[in-house]
Design a protein around this ligand. Sequence first.
Ligand code: C5P
Length: 433
Amino acid sequence: MLGVSGGIAAYKAVEICRRLVDAGAWVSPVMTNAATRFVGQTTLSALASEPVRRSLWDEPEPIPHTRLGQGADLVIVAPATARVIGAYAAGISSDLLTATLLATRAPVLLCPAMHTEMWEHPAVRENVATLRRRGVHVVEPAAGRLAGGDLGTGRLADPADIVAAAAGILGLERRPGRPPGSGSGLAGVAGLAGLAGVVAVVTAGGTREPLDPVRYIGNRSSGKQGYAVAAELARRGASVQLISTVSRPAPPGVAVTAVETAAQMGVAVREAAGSAQVVVMAAAVADFRPKAVAPEKIKKQDGPPEVVLEPTPDILAGLGRARRPGQVIVGFAAETVAPSAAAPLGRTLRDYARAKLDSKGADLIVANDVAAPGVGFAHDTNAVLIVGRGGFEADIALTNKDVVAAAVVDAIAALINRPTPVNRPTQEEQEQS
Ligand code: C5P
């Protein structure tokens, strides 16, 4: 089902509809009254598999929302306005579209589009976070020119990306067109298993670099975010190996390999990455380690030792250099940019994240400001900026780490399911070759 609500981007729903039909989907369109002010009902009816429905009351069938909701394999709302997002989050069914959203058990893909001020309003941020927590998929709006000539985040995502995300959620590249309701119910399972067959490696926790047999240099990473990403990948059907320095219960279906040092993590990651399509380096890997490790405990009476450090090999950068076609490499960046005066030359989290995307040769960088309240190490909450190639950005406001994990996995799934390879070499790599 393709729901269209009333924003200027409604005209792009026509192309989304056409692409879905071309890909073999049976598209049942639903428009809100406001949507019909932006795009003609006749246009969408002509391109979809069925005529547009608009009303709870005037359709030939008596209860259209339950028939649509029960018959759908996937409900897409593009564009999704702040009103529709708010009504859906609050459970208010004031029209056919919102009633259908509440009447379906199919996966739902929301594609928000609105002005930047509206998109950044705390009410909208919280509604989107609530819906993500409930398992709703979101294709983030892009940055660019908005209605009225303003520039900012809020543009509807590219129709090709929306259709690729839809295919990813269904775990399908292509399926034959058929009327809704004729499915076996397997589509619901496919919806949860959008990454079925994908092999993923995730790292979690902070490494410990020994000084002697009892002491080490470590960091405050709890591993919670890495475990949440591993759990989310497994929930969507990926086969996941988690390489971890921390002792936490393994998420269902996830195989855990315990390591301690950056060197051990490097060996385990390189071995596992050979057959993996997705590698997520969520671990806080030490950048430096003691050059010499004392074979016995350093005695207090011998006085404080002078510790000489050496750099550790950069696992992520190595993966970026050795990446196979189609492999998706994700890095994390824990930065401290708050207060802004602390950032050298006023650099922002976005600057750090974009620089790391290139220096590591990664496809996505998940950056957070660990100095901000409630963010990063040891907290159950996080706020991240996910950046990718081609200007991709998703700004996830403070929420729990499971919701952040869902956003990270949405971005990974979009790359895996994209029709054309996007993880092309970085400029730096091109220059090197
Ligand atoms: O360079 P920086 O440590 O800030 O980069 C962080 C990212 O790089 C994380 O994804 C981390 O897992 C990875 N990393 C790595 N090997 C290192 C240091 C960091 O893979 N030696």
